[in-house]
Design a protein around this ligand. Structure first.
Ligand code: 5GP
Ligand code: ZN
Length: 136
């Protein structure tokens, strides 16, 4: 399934050229045009799925293996000090391109990539509510 209006469908399937660091039958991994750090890459399935919740289990399984493999290759090639794997779903979570993708973000000591949040506090009320709603 492809979406004719989706830029990542066109990139993943080679209709628009990209800086490709890895490709197989189901995925293409490209350098991000607006990198958080040097080597920031995106894992794109060649089929169109808008987000994690639409993704078939088989594609999700293959995707995390591709992410692991290419993250390791980027780490070896670039000598980074750490790594973030980021995956945004929905506008509220920062998703801007609605074709599922996994961000591979090499991290360097003292880089300026702002991938962090201010920790809150888990209240008893929230904990009880969440656990009961999750049937946990
Ligand atoms: P999101 O915000 O949806 O999680 O991530 C979208 C990412 O795609 C952003 O980091 C943005 O820089 C990148 N991006 C958007 N358009 C293009 C493009 O045409 N080519 C490449 N290589 N990256 C893109
Ligand atoms: Zn697409």
């Amino acid at each position: 399934m492809k979406d004719v209006d989706c830029i990542f469908c066109k990139i993943a399937n080679g209709e628009i050229p990209s800086a490709t660091v890895y490709e197989d039958e189901d995925f293409r991994v490209i350098l991000d045009l607006g990198p958080a750090t040097k080597g920031h890459a995106l894992v794109l399935p060649k089929e169109h799925w808008a987000n994690l919740f639409e993704l078939p289990d088989e594609v999700a399984q293959k995707g995390i293996l591709v992410a692991k493999k290419v993250a390791g290759k980027l780490r070896d090639a670039l000598g980074c000090d750490g790594f973030n794997i980021v995956q945004n779903n929905g506008t509220a979570a920062g998703q801007t391109v609605f074709h599922f993708h996994i961000h591979l973000i090499p991290r360097y000591e003292n880089d300026q990539a702002g991938i962090s949040w201010t920790p809150g506090t888990l209240t008893e009320e929230d904990k009880k509510e969440i656990l009961s709603k999750m049937d946990a």
